[in-house]
Design a protein around this ligand. Sequence first.
Ligand SMILES: [Zn+2]
Length: 446
Amino acid sequence: MRFRSGLRELYAVIVAALLASGSATSFAWSDHASLLWPLVRQMPVLLEPAVEVEELEVFLQAEADGLETFLAAEEARARTALDSYAPRPEALAFSATAKDLRRAFLEAIRVNPTLSYTLYRQEMVEDEPIPAPLSWDSLSFLSTGISHETVTYRPLAVGDLVAPAYVIASASDEPDFGMDIGLFEDNGTEFGARYGFGVQPFGNPNLEYGSQAPFHMGFYHLDLLTRTLQPDLLRTYPAWRVSLFGALSEFAFATEHDYWGWRFAGWALHYIGDLTQPYHAQPLPGIDTLDALWTVVRGRTDEAVQLVSNRHGVIESYQHQRLVTELKHKAWRAPLLLAVGASTPVPVWGEETLIEGLSRESVDGGTALDAALEAHIPERFVSDVTFEWTGSDEELTLLSAIRQEKGDGAIMAMDAILIEQMARFSRYARAWVNKTLAQHKQTGSH
Ligand SMILES: [Zn+2]
């Protein structure tokens, strides 16, 4: 009995960990567009300004009939192909005769319908700044946060010709603009009450980004015990997002709406990027079930939770700061940017790639990442249970604190482990881009 109650407490720990880390966790790598840029900027085929910008409504109006059939087939496929899928309520099925096609489409794919989904692209480091950029407010209802503060967006006009690299890179950050916020029935939104995802399984709904966590984290390799005792952890949706948005991209290319083909492919790529972060592919990296039980027995559950949450936050801050610095200097030959841009052989994207390839590798990489954080980051940030990383002032001085307390060798060691994560990102992102390119060509529209 004691063992059983210990187990119950263990799962409470896991859920508490996810609740506690809700603010940091839902981001993973921030500014996905800049992260993808070193990769797509060196693919000449993606740099030709060959894609004609088109409003969502125009795409929907032109293809409404086909889209109705296509989305119905996609829903049927998701129900049989995906574990723990939350079926789309019949009332939300896309109808070609809907009065408001745009609203009908956004609800049928169950994204937040209050965003503008406007025509835009992110300004990249090589761009000359333009006089009238787009305000963040016109793209998102969220506050900017540290990672989006320094990003500039520019409007695109209908009929503009734009390079696919800009469209797919920009769109790969879009799911962090609020697309997956407020979708659960207890999130206090009118649409969340109708979307069929039930009560939010984990993540803190009171935090601004909290409710997107189950869409941006995917626990596809939980052990049997965890699956059995904590089935709520199975209710994660990045695999569904990738398959739906990937299929929509294919549909858009096939019907010669290339702009939306690239943009939907970018949406899918966001979740691929998130799952390359080990703290997004499993609840407690670096802590196996026995460790966790031992922690429970010693009554140190809250402490373990705090450490996992802090380490999760630290690696994301470290990654963002290192990446931004190298990008600012256009240091394309720096090891970190080379890791993203590397043209090493990559897998061919298939049905199993997301879960059996990418997500499994991220789970496997979690232990070494956690150990590196413990070894090379000042103890206060990653091993002090009384410290709260999220919201602390230490984020901006993280790199100098590491240098001061742990020496330059620690930066080198952290870069090395970060490069492993970035190489994984690069491999799977490139596989996705290759698949998208192949589909684009296959349609023969150009
Ligand atoms: Zn995300």
